[in-house]
Structures are given as C-alpha cells and as structure tokens.
Write a protein that binds this ligand. Structure first.
Ligand code: SF4
Length: 135
C-alpha cells in the first residue's frame, strides 16, 4: 500500500488555498487543509474539501468537444482552436467586435487572465471581458 500526501494549491478559485491531496496507490482519495499555509491558515471551503472528487470523475472532460451535425464530438486541440478562431472572426466581421464577449476564469493564472483581457481588447477590439469571480 502506497499512501502519501501531495502539497498543492486549490484550483477552484483565485484565493489559492493550500491543500494536501491524499494519494493511495496513485489514486487521489482525499483533500486536507494546510494549517501553516499563509492564505488559508488551515481552512478550506466546501469546494476545497471536495476537490479530489473531480480528478477521477468519469464526467470530466479530457478532450475538446465540437458540435458536428448536432452532436458533440471529441476533436484535437488544433481543430477546436481553429473552429473557435473561425467562429469569432465570422461574428466580428458580420456584427463588429462589440458583438463578442469573453468570460475568463479564476481557475487559470493571473498571467493567463492578463493574456485573455489583452487578446479581447487588442485582437478582437472590444472591452467586453469579464471574470467568473464577479459572476
Ligand atoms: S478552498 Fe475554496 S476559497 Fe480556497 S481556493 Fe479552493 S475554492 Fe477558493
């Protein structure tokens, strides 16, 4: 039996609470707070206490999906990104940049959120960008 804990950061929101993931035989089975963590100081919200559950979930998306003939189908990242870029381009060309709105996420890094707002403003040409922490 191989039981260990892995010190990491909760990925559910931007608070960045410290978490110890309990790993049994390479399967993540539990999460615990980190008492000495400077942000969370031994506390977690309900999402942090249960963060281990999505890792092995069979409902977890592991590949991009693209709707084809009315059905969502797994595709490569290249195909998904091309479809997204083509779709955005069509909307901007037909209706203008303010017809597009981008929602960012607390589950990505500050640097990635910076790039998202930069892309929205500089590449698409709209200020319609927001963040899930405000929704
Ligand atoms: S434990 Fe809760 S408050 Fe802390 S980072 Fe995770 S989701 Fe955010």
């Amino acid at each position: 039996m191989d039981l260990r804990t892995v010190y990491t950061t909760c990925s559910y929101c931007g608070c960045g609470c410290g978490i110890l993931l309990e790993v049994l035989n390479e399967e993540v089975i539990g999460s615990l707070p980190v008492k000495t963590h400077p942000v969370s100081e031994g506390s977690l919200c309900i999402k942090g206490w249960n963060i281990h559950e999505f890792i092995g979930s069979d409902q977890r998306l592991k590949t991009p999906l693209l709707r084809k003939n009315g059905e969502l189908q797994p595709v490569s990242w290249d195909e998904a990104m091309t479809a997204a870029a083509d779709g955005l381009k069509k909307v901007v060309e037909k209706y203008g940049p303010d017809a597009v709105g981008i929602l960012a996420s607390a589950k990505v890094t500050n640097e990635e959120n910076y790039l998202i707002q930069k892309f929205t403003r500089a590449a698409i040409g709209t200020n319609n960008v927001d963040h899930c922490a405000r929704l």
